[in-house]
Write a protein that binds this ligand. Structure first.
Ligand SMILES: Nc1ncnc2c1ncn2[C@@H]1O[C@H](COP(=O)(O)OP(=O)(O)OP(=O)(O)O)[C@@H](O)[C@H]1O
Length: 367
């Protein structure tokens, strides 16, 4: 399933002009406040009628200004999750969940049990929303959206109203949703860490325009997108496979450019993970360093260098995946870095989340 959007709309003082495609998986709409994210979600939902353009899901036309076709919201088959879980306070969790199912005319018991299990809300079914924590409410809202059998899920900052602990509670469920349902999910966020963890694709917006769109691996490691994402948050994501949990408490991971050791990770051997490596946590060495406490050294080749205000962004090719390093200009000159030069990337820190970044086939199926 694929969502395809090409719309133009004039608000007083603001022009939205956006064209992009969202494949299965999470497509993050990312941009500053007022860049047009919610307007796009509203247009896809049918809550706003764009002046011009088309929106299609898997070849099914939702709106088309040329023919005047405009499917009303309730016939679009969208599931929504907003910042605030909009549950019915007088209904129990079970009734709230079934409400979506009733609407779509389906009551599939196995599907219900599977979603309840997936979201870990079995214990909550007889409670009312007021007796739930914010994180639990949001999980129920997710369940209700999925149980309406949508063709597409729209999530507008679903974690923004939650504190860090609640966010951490929900993220694994969003990851399962992404990996198990195969639905396209349009996900509005302005938190780069959240996007690095969840997104399969990214659409970067600025002042109503798409300034970059494509696979998350490419967008996050592209020096050109760094100003929009923020220098501190810039960094690549790569896929790794859990190889073993070792006796000394470290987990050994295989990546396409070599082995990475991390403090024990709670994941099954053979499972796949995404590693987020911030550009500021990568050092570059010309030779394999000896006598260094860092365990994670990956051989790589310099692809290109981009000057920024405060230094240099170096894009590295590490076994076919991209790693971004942020170093000083002085270091870049001292090491005489240039495209094609073989180097070692020293990873000072890595954060981990479940799920591949969509390139597993290329790297692992042949092994
Ligand atoms: N109904 C409307 N009438 C007039 N202007 C509007 C309307 N809806 C949105 N806009 C304008 O369009 C621009 C984009 O708004 P939108 O809500 O899509 O941005 P956003 O990226 O979702 O922002 P935020 O992150 O703050 O939610 C803003 O300048 C907003 O004022």
């Amino acid at each position: 399933m694929m969502l395809s959007v090409s719309i133009r709309h004039q608000f007083p003082g603001f022009t939205l002009d956006a064209t992009f495609e969202a494949p299965p998986g999470v497509t993050a709409l990312f941009g500053r406040s007022g860049s047009g994210k919610t307007s796009i979600v509203n247009a896809v939902a049918g809550l706003m009628r764009p002046d011009a353009g088309r929106i299609e899901v898997d070849g099914r036309l939702l709106s088309d200004s040329e023919s005047g076709h405009f499917l009303p919201p309730h016939r679009r088959g969208m599931g929504y999750v907003f910042q605030e879980a909009r549950l019915f306070p007088h209904l129990t969790v079970r009734q709230n969940l079934l409400y979506g199912g009733w609407f779509s005319g389906r009551r599939d018991r196995a599907g219900f049990a599977r979603i309840v299990e997936m979201l870990g809300i079995g214990q909550l079914l007889n409670r009312r929303p007021l007796a739930l924590s914010g994180g639990e409410r949001q999980r129920v809202a997710l369940g209700r959206a999925i149980l309406s059998n949508p063709r597409l899920l729209l999530m507008d900052e679903p974690l923004a109203a939650l504190d860090e602990a609640r966010k951490a509670e929900i993220l694994p469920y969003l990851e399962r949703l992404r990996d198990e349902t195969g639905l396209p999910i349009l996900y509005v966020s302005h938190a780069p860490a959240e996007i690095a963890r969840l997104a399969s694709s990214i659409v970067l917006l600025e002042a109503g325009q798409v300034i970059a769109a494509g696979p998350a691996t490419r967008i996050l490691s592209d020096p050109a997108t760094v100003p929009a994402l923020g220098l501190r948050e810039a960094g690549a994501i790569i896929t790794a496979r859990v190889e073993a949990h070792e006796a000394d408490g470290l987990t050994r991971l295989g990546t396409s450019s070599g082995t990475v050791f991390l403090p024990r990770i709670d994941a099954e051997p053979q499972s796949t993970l995404r590693l987020r490596i911030l550009a500021q946590d990568v050092m570059i060495a010309l030779e394999r360093p000896a006598g260094i406490s860092a365990l994670n050294l990956l051989p790589a080749v310099v692809r290109d260098l981009t000057e920024t205000e405060s230094g240099m962004l170096v894009r590295l090719d590490a076994g076919g995946e991209t790693i971004l390093a942020r170093i000083t200009r002085r270091s870049a000159y001292a090491l005489a870095l240039e495209p094609g030069k073989p180097v070692y990337a020293i990873l000072k820190a890595v954060s981990v989340a479940p799920g591949s970044v969509g390139n597993m086939k290329r790297h692992f199926h042949s092994t």
